[in-house]
Design a protein around this ligand. Structure first.
Ligand code: FPP
Ligand code: MG
Ligand code: MG
Length: 326
């Protein structure tokens, strides 16, 4: 992970000084965040170490190089999406420090995100694998689609749990699901193994975002490193609100006007806290976490001790994702 952090800092170096300082902002020591995605991908890489037919197997060095590259690409795409997200959300804080848009303005924050995407695309091309390029391009499309779905004005969709889960897959889970699948593909594993890797990432990603949406109600600015209740303030109804709606139909009106009237955010918060919305969201997160653990249990047998250890770590992460507080 330390190596990965160093390489990421090298990869985002830019010639133009202003662009350089903007692009490196969230890769600097101390503000790199949890680096959850690269960690999952490197664990996935070691978890899938098992005997493969020699024609399909990449050499160990080559495979490791490709897997590290993919982990770096995934983190760069993630940070790019956060830079753009903070512009769209008018956020002034991220990871406990000022957001880039707050410090340098929207224009530079958007362009720094574009720059990171350009560097990620270049890096992706060096993997010389069309299927992986295709999957990671799909992820970019999903990130954009998920973000736009979130602004929906259609009353029926804005209170539909199915619509919310589809949006959540696009916005959060697609990146980790497809990256996990790419790890399997780059190591030469058969389709069934790639599908299990995808399932792990999809369920872990969904559980992660469900908890994120729940923490927006139960966390504080200090614990989250970003303001609480930001979803309501941005007019977005997430799982706790959708579950609360089943018990408090009065919420529908507030959802429809995106919590914009004075007192709406407070009233919505009260109704959510008085409902079983938080508990049901946690239960759904738990279901997805458990499905993620099932995917790991379905991996082909391995005799490698390191692979077994990393599989245990992937399984433990499914627990940590639902018990985290930031
Ligand atoms: C965070 O959500 C945002 C995302 C996970 C994705 C945002 C995607 C875009 C802005 C589309 C552009 C995509 C690319 C690839 C540049 P949040 O606002 O719910 O979370 P937060 O509380 O961390 O801000
Ligand atoms: Mg945001
Ligand atoms: Mg957002």
């Amino acid at each position: 992970m330390a190596q990965l952090g160093r390489r990421l800092r090298d990869m985002v170096a830019a010639e133009v000084p202003k662009l350089a300082s903007a692009a490196e902002y969230f890769f600097k020591l101390g503000v790199e965040g949890k680096r959850f995605r690269p960690m999952v991908l490197l664990l996935m890489s070691s978890s899938l170490t098992m005997v493969l037919p020699s024609a399909a197997a990449a050499t160990s060095d080559e495979k490791n190089w490709r897997h590290h590259k993919l982990a770096e690409i995934t983190e760069m795409i993630h940070v790019a999406s956060l830079l753009h997200d903070d512009v769209l959300d008018h956020a002034d804080t991220r990871r406990g420090i000022a957001s880039l848009n707050f410090i340098m303005g929207n224009k530079l924050a958007v362009l720094a995100g574009d720059f990171l995407l350009a560097r990620a695309a270049f890096s992706l091309s060096t993997l010389q694998n069309d299927e992986v390029v295709g999957l990671m391009s799909k992820v970019l499309e999903h990130l954009v689609a998920g973000e736009v779905m979130q602004w929906t004005v259609d009353a029926e969709k804005s209170s539909s749990m199915d619509y919310y889960l589809q949006k959540t897959f696009y916005k959060t889970a697609s990146l980790i699901a497809n990256s996990c699948k790419c790890i399997a593909i780059l190591a030469g594993h058969p389709k069934e193994v790639a599908a299990l890797a995808f399932d792990y990432g999809r369920h872990l990603g969904l559980a992660y975002q469900l908890v994120d949406d729940l923490l927006d109600f139960t966390g504080t600015k200090a614990s989250l490193g970003k303001p609480a209740l930001s979803d309501l303030r941005e007019g977005i109804a997430t799982a706790p609100v959708l579950y609360a709606l089943e018990e408090h139909p009065a919420l529908q009106e507030l959802i429809d006007r995106k919590f914009k009237d004075p007192g709406d955010v407070d009233s919505a918060l009260k109704m959510v806290l008085a409902s079983s919305g938080i508990r049901k969201t946690k239960e759904l997160a738990r279901e997805h976490a458990s499905k993620a653990a099932d995917a790991v249990a379905g991996f082909p047998p391995t005799t490698s001790e390191k692979a077994s250890l990393c599989r245990r770590a992937l399984t433990e992460l499914t627990e940590q994702v639902i018990t985290r507080s930031n």
